[in-house]
Ligand binder design. Structure first.
Ligand code: 13P
Ligand code: SF4
Length: 297
């Protein structure tokens, strides 16, 4: 199956991207694995004509924002993100009418239409630099309340919080971490900032998925408890074969991230169905919000 995918990709001048949470068979067939923004940026720099994005809908939108000249295909149109779905342009306008005007910082895990209304985007890796780079003292952060609370803890600014969350990360408890630490006492805990505050506060390091890969690779420690979606365990084991990785809890599985199969990828490449397009009226302001983030160092 993997050979059939690779052959079709070549024939169609296509590139296969896999988010770090994708099933192992997808990651192993992909040209690039990584976090959503890094994948879209790297794909935009290639001369591929087609991007097949194995991830969820907002990720394919981000690829289309950055590569309007490429055809972007999502292998399963029903692969969505419950956190991104908590916000729409209408609900954001209503919130701003209630709060008064202020810059909106939007996590990349969001619809393109909401990015388009935002002053700047952020990722889980750069959220603190982005927030601190703004002149305004009051900021609205969307759509992840846990990431917003993490930012609020580390800045003097007033952060207004959008009440969305990732149901997978939000479900992890301090009891899960205590249990994992008792079982693997020599392991360091790496937690994603989409986790709740009490989990983040217990972690040795708070990192995005790509941050976790770098941290584990560069650490002197050889064992890690991984507090994020369990698909990352495959990536970590591939990147650091001499180290050991344990899930913080067996329930850390995003069903949306697990929908895509190699058969779906083949079907998309054969039919070119499943195109994700962002209209120019949304793409241009959304791109500006992404570019403002990328310019912050
Ligand atoms: P990152 O890979 O950007 O850390 O994102 C985590 C996530 O939940 C993606 O759906
Ligand atoms: Fe959305 Fe969470 Fe799934 Fe990522 S892991 S796609 S944030 S629901």
């Amino acid at each position: 199956m993997k050979d059939a995918v690779r052959k079709l990709l070549k024939e169609k001048h296509a590139i296969l991207l896999a988010h770090n949470y994708q099933p192992a068979e997808i990651q192993d067939a992909a040209d690039l694995c990584g976090d959503s923004l890094e994948l879209s940026i790297r794909a935009s720099r290639t001369d591929a004509e087609i991007i097949v994005f194995c991830g969820v809908h907002f990720m394919a939108e981000t690829a289309s924002i950055l590569s309007p000249e490429k055809l972007v295909l999502l292998p399963r149109m029903d692969a969505g993100c419950p956190m991104a779905d908590t916000i729409t342009p209408e609900s954001l306008s209503a919130k701003l009418a209630e709060l008064g005007p202020m810059p909106v910082v939007t996590y990349v895990n969001s619809p393109a239409s909401v990015k388009a209304m935002s002053a700047v985007c952020c990722t889980s890796a750069n959220v603190l630099q982005v927030v601190n780079s703004l002149d305004a003292h009051e900021i609205l952060m969307t759509p992840d309340r846990n990431l917003a609370m993490y930012a609020a803890q580390h800045t003097d600014k007033t952060i207004h919080i959008w009440e969305g969350c990732c149901p997978i990360h939000d479900r992890l408890t301090s009891e899960d971490i205590t249990r994992a630490r008792q079982t693997y006492p020599d392991a360091l805990v790496m937690a994603h900032p989409e986790c709740r505050k009490h989990v983040v506060d217990m972690a040795d390091a708070v990192l995005s998925t790509s941050g976790m890969i770098r941290y584990a690779r560069d650490s002197k420690c050889s064992a890690f408890i991984v507090a994020t979606e369990n698909g990352l365990l495959h990536t970590l084991r591939q990147m650091c074969p001499d180290k050991t990785f344990y899930p913080a809890a067996a329930h850390m599985i995003c069903q949306d991230m697990k929908k895509i199969s190699l058969e779906d990828v083949i079907h998309r490449l054969e039919t070119l169905d499943g195109q994700v397009n962002v209209p120019e009226s949304v793409r241009i302001p959304a791109l500006a919000a992404v570019q403002r983030m990328v310019a912050i160092r």
